[in-house]
Design a protein around this ligand. Sequence first.
Ligand SMILES: Cc1cc2nc3c(=O)[nH]c(=O)nc-3n(C[C@H](O)[C@H](O)[C@H](O)COP(=O)(O)O)c2cc1C
Length: 207
Amino acid sequence: MPSGCWSLPDLAWTLSADEVADVPRPDPDGVLQLLRSRRVTRTFTSESVSADALTMILEAGCWASSASNNRILRFLVVQEAESIRLVRALSPGMLGVPPGLIVVCTDLRAAAQAGLQLDKDRSTWIDVGTAAMNMMVQAHALALGTCPVTSFSQAGVSTILRLPGHAVPELMLQVGHSTDGENQQRLKGGRSDRRLKRFVFWDRYGG
Ligand SMILES: Cc1cc2nc3c(=O)[nH]c(=O)nc-3n(C[C@H](O)[C@H](O)[C@H](O)COP(=O)(O)O)c2cc1C
């Protein structure tokens, strides 16, 4: 399908109306509180992240919204300390030493199959953001810290992680336990009134 052309969603990825009706709704205030209290973590303890937690985070990434439902992203989990050390050496944006990394990759084969022209289609990059955000929020719900990294050598990281030629690393998500814990101030979250005033316009774009 040409890029920019919207299709009906792939039904395999959707829930039936009955299933949707059965989904328990989380408390809206609780969801907003979770979003407001998430902050990036740049210092991690050495404690590893459990497989269950990682799986839940990855599941959240796989359920992110995707332009035209093309789903051309793949996720590589890296937990070997030596690999993370080497990746970090090639990643100016990676300030922490996390016990886990989730490398979000564009799969060029999947992109070709979807008929995408990656150099022209901006929406594929947005998919990276939706997946990353889903994972960051899920990790926060699990009391884990995350920080995205986009400042890194794609060629270098591909070599260290022995990525196949059709996998392009787009963003790496550092995942681990934050050294600063979840302090009360953060859990209260930031001031929404200030952000709304600064970033949001109603009906007409303001100055
Ligand atoms: C697309 C994207 C790329 C980012 N790249 C980096 C990065 O390379 N290194 C880093 O330390 N933080 C990176 N960040 C984290 C931002 O600096 C951080 O989200 C921002 O300062 C706001 O902080 P908050 O997420 O705690 O609200 C990135 C965030 C986004 C959304």
